[in-house]
Design a protein around this ligand. Sequence first.
Ligand code: UD1
Ligand code: CA
Length: 447
Amino acid sequence: MARTCLTVVLAAGDGTRMVSDKPKALHPVAGLPMVAHVAAAAIAAGGEACAVVVGKGGKEIGEHLADRGDKVDLFEQAERLGTGHAVLAARGAIERGYDDVLVLFADTPLLRPATLVRMREQLAAGADVAVLGFETDRPDGYGRLIVTDGALQAIREHRDASAAERAITLCNGGIMALSGAHALTLLDALSNDNAKGEYYLTDIVEIAQSRKLKVVAHKAEETEILGINTRAQLAQAEAIWQARRRGELMDAGVSMVAPETVFLAHDTQIGRDTVIEPHVVFGPSVHIGSRATVKAFSHVEGAWIGDDCAIGPFARLRPGAILASGSKAGNFVEIKNATIGAGAKVNHLAYIGDAEIGEAVNVGAGTITCNYDGFAKHRTSVGAAAFIGSNSSLVAPVEIGRGAYVASGSVITEDVPAGTLAIGRGRQVNKDGRVAKMRERASKTKS
Ligand code: UD1
Ligand code: CA
């Protein structure tokens, strides 16, 4: 779209009903704060500029968005005098002049970019104000859309509505698109003459009508504009988000045996023909390639997993785990900040941290990289095709050469050159006939 667009995200609510020390907008859905979901939807809908209006705790919101690399301007609404007043806190941004101004609420994390695009299309087609409405059988608390002869005349807030108006089931989702040419003059005309004594953004509709501007309503699914006020609603949004994303991944060729038991993060990427078994939890920043299998009860975060890998069951992949294609991390294996080479196997009960494991290495059951000495972390490196016998401790910093062989039960404290066998354990002693003597002695002392 050639039109320029500013998004104003209202996030000044203190979210009393969340009963939290954290601003409501920072509570996460799929591991991403609600305000970031909304900002991302706006950016995906072509909103090149984003202004976020914050109140108390606002700095935290700004810092969070900046950390993510979102380019947003922060505006403070010192006093909470209503949604119309909140939009005007971003006057500095609106004055820069845009074709479209989108007003979004930070507590509607399920909003889809496609819906915003359609609202912008209404502006492009000549509307001056476009309002997002939805049908619901529980309209209490929402503003009602008053439509006569197919035209949106006004939005009546629940508190100010008559009994007849309260019977209307078409409600205001809170999202509005304003033509940039009229946005400021409409906002400046708002008053606070209503039940709450607030500047209602919604009064813009009547003002626009009185000025013979074109006002339209656009409908969305109720779930899409679900407003989060409580932790129960947050959990409801999470469930809707998860179901939606699982569906998208399955449509893209990912198999899930029991999708309702798989928990995704906002940025989980999974390639086609990969199978996710039941009860798998993904934290943020996970990439999985094609034809991989993540077996049941695995927990994966911050990990990059290549094609044809097999993970789990009961594997824990932590941030910085990189598994090259065809490698395996089996049951009760934990991997952190470590690269596992192509075709390498860490099949059972191991901890691999701060390490490079080469191609085709076999790491035996119970192997541990002792990466932390109580003061600092150290690295372990294992060359290609090396064999690490079961129950070995690799005391970092340590380097094991290509094709080397570590005998099982070894405690490796010194580097092992390529192709070398290292045995770092007490030598076994067999005492011939000793057991019979022990038994004899025991039977005498029993009495
Ligand atoms: C609003 C709408 C209502 C709509 C509903 C949809 C108005 C007047 N009413 O009501 O028609 O059906 O949303 O959920 O717009 N905020 C500020 N500063 C303020 C006031 C609000 O930043 O001074 C922010 C809040 O943080 C929130 C958003 O604006 O993100 C909406 O405010 P809220 O008080 O929840 O409005 P509702 O009463 O739900
Ligand atoms: Ca609300």
